[in-house]
Design a protein around this ligand. Structure first.
Ligand SMILES: Cc1ncc(COP(=O)(O)O)c(C=O)c1O
Length: 206
């Protein structure tokens, strides 16, 4: 008999994320030159990062013996000036995945439900499942969010609605007008998470 309590069912049943194959592994498998492979998956920049980023990271290394500022005081100060909103409106995370997880911890549990679309970004489902919350998956239309159906799918206990725009993995896009109309119709007590991780691509559509 094991000494430890079993992990929660809602966590144990999560299927492990399958990350994209690293370039070196692909090159080995097919005997290719790694420098000739361009990896388009995983939201990585094949051109590398800018020199100023490398310089800033190098400078920060000198401070590595100290705890970082967990509340991101300076970063929030700059962002609030740039976006013209109070720093208290901002939440920082280790990538937007982290923010999706933080929101699910704050707003979901087994008494609550979350609405998301078929073919939505996988983390929406995983974050919902890991809180043992009820996930309401709404059938997609042309592989994209069907906002009318999502509105109809809202239940009494719905606390969160996830929308990714553009959507990953299907690349579908909702217009700002459609999103605003949707937001106006959703009851005010429901948190709408509008995830624009690929926002720069949506600028091409507008
Ligand atoms: C829609 C969407 N949201 C969030 C993320 C996570 O991004 P990050 O790398 O910032 O955690 C991704 C990454 O692919 C994404 O496609």
């Amino acid at each position: 008999m094991t000494k430890y309590p079993p992990p929660l069912d809602c966590v144990r049943t999560i299927a492990p994320y399958q990350p994209g194959k690293p370039i070196d592994e692909l090159a080995r498998e097919f005997s290719l030159d790694p420098s000739a492979i361009v990896k388009l998956a995983s939201n990585e920049n094949p051109l590398g990062c800018s020199k100023s980023v490398i310089e800033a990271l190098g400078k920060e290394l000198e401070e590595v013996a100290r705890y970082p500022d967990g509340s991101g005081f300076e970063l929030k100060r700059h962002l609030s000036a740039k976006l013209d909103i109070p720093p208290d409106y901002l939440i920082l995370g280790n990538g937007s995945n982290d923010v999706l997880e933080i929101a699910s911890i704050a707003f979901l549990d087994r008494e609550r439900s979350a609405v998301y679309s078929e073919y939505c970004f996988v983390v929406n489902k995983l974050a919902t499942q890991s809180r043992a919350a009820h996930g309401i998956e709404v059938p997609a239309t042309n592989y994209g969010h069907d906002l009318a159906r999502m509105l109809d799918a809202i239940q009494e206990n719905t606390c969160v609605i996830f929308i990714s725009n553009p959507n990953n993995p299907t690349g579908t896009f909702l217009s700002p007008r459609d999103i605003l109309d949707f937001i106006e119709q959703v009851p005010e007590h429901i948190l709408i998470i509008l995830d624009e991780a690929y926002y720069e691509l949506s600028l091409i559509h507008i």
